[in-house]
Ligand binder design. Structure first.
Ligand code: ADP
Ligand code: ADP
Ligand code: MG
Length: 495
């Protein structure tokens, strides 16, 4: 039985994992870089250990250092969160070798999922439809040109090791393909030290619809419904919702059965996600498996009533799933907005620095997973995700209006955020009518509409949040000073 979990991550996801462990009476071990001395996850964990410099390669990606902490702290399990080492099969293997329970799939299964080409081949064998493209890795640019001309432009060049929207290039002719091939190769080499490229047909006006997979160590598998994640920028998700407006029960069951087959095909254990693109004519095409807990898992928790981290721990403990597919029912509608520290008008460039003041939204059926507190800092070294704001409603409209209220209540001082963008999106008829596609922002001219909304002051920070912030600024100032003082005592204790 797992008694002490090391969380090899930071930010909101580290806090999310700590929360469930605390509830279950499981001890937690946090790790932190120079930059995260004062981070919330360090304060909330049972124990915390410094692991190196701010740059991820020197801390959160440093496998040996993290292993040292696991062994010296007596942690019997590790939760990798998402990003960082979460999909690194070498790390999973290192844990396996050292008899540390890795909360996720086996290293071999992860290795297969992490390679987009091998994974696609496994899916084809299991009769799960995949996006048309090259039958294997393309050797060189000439082969890529041949394939592109055979399947027809536009095509995507994809690094099989890509992730988080990186390592993907859309090309529409031979000249662009030649250039794109170079860029994807060098991007992939600089990110992961190697490159292998596949060519895929670029599917236009598609929706990104993914399924939550869940399989225990005894081979029992279910799916925990779909999430639609079509509102994206730079191939990365911004707003997610479940259920998808275009998935009826029949489709849910049909694709769900494929997802269970997909999990079996790669011998997947624990929670994972099977991502699909859905074309305008209703066909689903598998794109990849994310072998970890997904950023947007809270909306699936809201409609299923399950605690996914608890489920992960139970599966890692070798327990059989406590339910069968027929026992699972979807309840209500949930939406997530990823609150990023970024400047929408500077092509979503990161916006970092101190956050002297913050008001976190609350209320019935509002959930905000965040590392923010008044006086914290948004670091330039890590991901721009500051908070995940989720709302639930009995109807989609209830969930949507609740989200608008919550966005209005969210006040973050000091950095630019994606909040105004979301207010504009949520108010469009296109969003309300469920006309979603991965090119939503461009297709419906959203940035121009945001500019107009801001000019006409249709959207602004809520009066209440701003007023509350002003009223409390003196109080917060003293609180920040106090917290800095107490942190230094607390730091001494940790060192
Ligand atoms: P999800 O599918 O759960 O939405 P993303 O693809 O957005 O996940 O990835 C979650 C986060 O993990 C990203 O924001 C990024 O920080 C990190 N990440 C994922 N893959 C990579 C990668 N290959 N390189 C660097 N960071 C990555
Ligand atoms: P990552 O590993 O970065 O998450 P994915 O393969 O999951 O990469 O693709 C990320 C996003 O890129 C998708 O959600 C979708 O918007 C877009 N995309 C990927 N493959 C295709 C494709 N063949 N056609 C059109 N869009 C695609
Ligand atoms: Mg993906």
């Amino acid at each position: 039985m797992i008694e002490k979990v090391l969380i090899a991550n930071r930010g909101e996801i580290a806090l999310r994992v700590i929360r469930t462990c605390q509830r279950l009476g499981i001890k937690t071990v946090a790790v932190y870089s120079d930059e995260d001395y004062n981070s919330m996850h360090v304060k909330k964990a049972t124990e915390a250990y410094h692991i190196g410099e701010a740059a991820p390669a020197k801390s959160y990606l440093n496998q040996e250092k993290i292993l040292d902490v696991m062994l010296s702290s007596g942690a019997d399990a590790v939760h990798p969160g998402y990003g960082f080492l979460s999909e690194n099969d070498d790390f999973a293997r290192l844990c396996e070798k050292n008899k540390i329970n890795f909360i996720g799939p086996t290293a071999d299964s992860m290795n297969l999922c992490g390679d987009k080409m091998r994974c696609k081949s496994a899916m084809l064998k299991a009769q799960v439809p995949t996006v048309p493209g090259s039958p294997g890795l393309v050797k060189d640019v000439e082969e890529a040109l041949n394939i592109a001309n055979k399947i027809g432009y536009p095509v995507l060049l994809k690094s099989v090791y890509g992730g988080g929207g990186r390592g993907i290039r859309l090309v529409t002719n031979d000249k662009e393909l030649r250039e794109g091939f170079e860029t994807v190769t060098s991007e992939s080499i600089s990110a992961v030290g190697k490159s292998a490229i596949i060519v895929e047909k670029f599917l236009e006006k598609t929706r990104h619809i993914e399924y939550q997979m869940c399989r225990d160590k005894h081979g029992n598998a279910v799916h925990l419904f779909e999430r639609e994640c079509s509102i994206q920028r730079r191939n990365q998700k911004l707003i997610e919702q479940t259920p998808s407006p275009v998935v009826d029960q029949k489709t849910r069951d049909r694709i769900g059965e494929l997802v269970v087959k997909a999990a079996e095909a790669v011998d997947y254990t624990n929670l994972g996600t099977a991502e699909f693109l859905r074309s305008d004519d209703g066909e689903f095409y598998f794109i990849e498996i994310n072998a970890r807990l997904q950023v947007e898992h809270p909306i699936s928790e809201m409609v299923s009533g399950l605690d996914f981290v608890k489920l992960q721990l139970d599966i890692a403990n070798g327990e059989p799933l406590p339910f069968k597919q027929k026992d699972l029912k979807m309840n209500g509608y949930a939406i997530e907005c990823r609150i990023n520290a970024e400047d929408t008008f500077l092509d979503f460039a990161p916006s970092t620095g101190p956050v002297p003041d913050v008001t976190i939204p609350a209320g019935p059926n509002v959930r905000c997973d965040t590392y923010l507190y008044p006086g914290c800092t948004v670091s330039p070294f890590y991901d721009s995700l500051m908070a995940k704001l989720c709302t639930w409603g009995q109807t989609f409209e209830e969930s949507r209006t609740r989200m608008l209220n919550a966005l209005n209540d969210f006040y973050i001082q000091g950095v630019e955020t994606s909040i105004p963008l979301y207010k504009t999106i949520l108010e469009t008829d296109e969003y309300k009518n469920g006309q979603l596609s991965t090119d939503f922002l461009k297709r419906f001219n959203i940035i121009e509409r945001l500019k107009k909304d801001l000019k006409e002051e249709k959207i602004k920070n809520s009066e209440t949040a701003v007023a509350a912030a002003i009223l409390h600024s003196e109080y917060f100032k003293s609180r920040i000073q106090n917290s800095t003082q107490s942190n230094s005592t607390w730091k001494n204790k940790l060192d």
